[in-house]
Design a protein around this ligand. Structure first.
Ligand SMILES: NC(=O)c1ccc[n+]([C@@H]2O[C@H](COP(=O)([O-])OP(=O)(O)OC[C@H]3O[C@@H](n4cnc5c(N)ncnc54)[C@H](OP(=O)(O)O)[C@@H]3O)[C@@H](O)[C@H]2O)c1
Length: 232
């Protein structure tokens, strides 16, 4: 079943844009929101709650969405990247990871979950990452990114419990998109085994396939691009 009205937050990003394009090709009406959007209505900055609230108020004027995708994220910027060694930890870098990867999506859920349609299947999915799984962490490193994605996974689970009480048909999940050829992964792609680096379009198609199978029973869980569940 095709989604009718979707909102993609982070629609300027590699995976976010591919998700919005793929949804539109399938006949879904898509509202694209991003930090770099030039028109005021489509602008959303996850580090500014007023902009999240304003974007939600604007979306609320239209048709109730049945799909909300949070495709924003942060791994590195201006030479500051994920920590390989605990000596590289900095309060600023940790705070930035938490602000964009955990607090921001939580504020999006706060303002956008109430907009989800309530008369049929509907859901919010946030792009997380397999490295946010605590039980799967064997390599170490990437302290801020891992910890902020683990926090995101916990927030999604917590939202899902309240959502069950408030909208019985709705779900709220986290998704791992695979390793995808975008600006976020660009500096780390040389270590990716042959054939394991997805195009944005491939990842978007696989994620939408997973979402097709999601309903209220999927809520609170973390799924990879191939539909397998990731342990927290
Ligand atoms: N690529 C991978 O291999 C991979 C693997 C695992 C998980 N993921 C996850 O997938 C998601 C999408 O990543 P991507 O690869 O598509 O990265 P990307 O191309 O770098 O896109 C990142 C997006 O996040 C937005 N963003 C960053 N900070 C923001 C803020 N403060 N407010 C609003 N938007 C903000 C960017 O907006 P601007 O355009 O305005 O900068 C951009 O739209 C992320 O959550 C990432 O952790 C990616």
């Amino acid at each position: 079943m095709t989604w009718q009205h979707a909102v993609v937050i982070g629609a300027s990003g590699g995976i976010g844009k591919a998700l919005a394009d793929e949804l539109e090709q399938r006949g879904t009406e898509v509202v694209r929101l991003s930090r770099s959007a030039e028109d005021a209505e489509s602008h959303i900055d996850l580090q500014d709650e007023a902009s999240i609230e304003a974007a939600a108020a604007w979306v609320a004027k239209g048709k109730a969405p049945d799909l909300i995708l949070v495709a924003t994220g942060y791994l590195h910027e201006q030479g500051e990247g994920p920590e390989k060694d605990w000596r590289q930890l900095s309060a600023d870098h940790l705070a930035r990871n938490f602000a964009i990867n955990a607090t921001g999506p939580a504020l999006v859920a706060k303002h956008f979950l109430p907009l989800l349609r309530d008369d049929g299947r509907a859901g919010l999915a946030a792009l997380s990452a397999r490295v946010g799984s605590i039980s799967d962490n064997r390599l170490g490193g990437w302290y801020g990114y891992r910890a902020s994605k683990a926090a995101l996974n916990m927030l999604i689970r917590t939202f899902s419990i309240e959502l069950k009480r408030k909208k019985k048909n709705a779900f709220c999940i986290a998704l791992h998109p695979g390793t995808v050829d975008t600006a976020l992964s660009d500096p780390f792609q040389k270590n990716v085994p042959e054939g394991k680096l997805f195009s944005r379009e491939h990842s978007a198609k696989k994620l939408l396939e997973v979402l097709e199978g999601c309903d209220a029973d999927s809520t609170g869980r973390i799924f990879a691009w191939d539909g397998t569940e990731i342990a927290p």
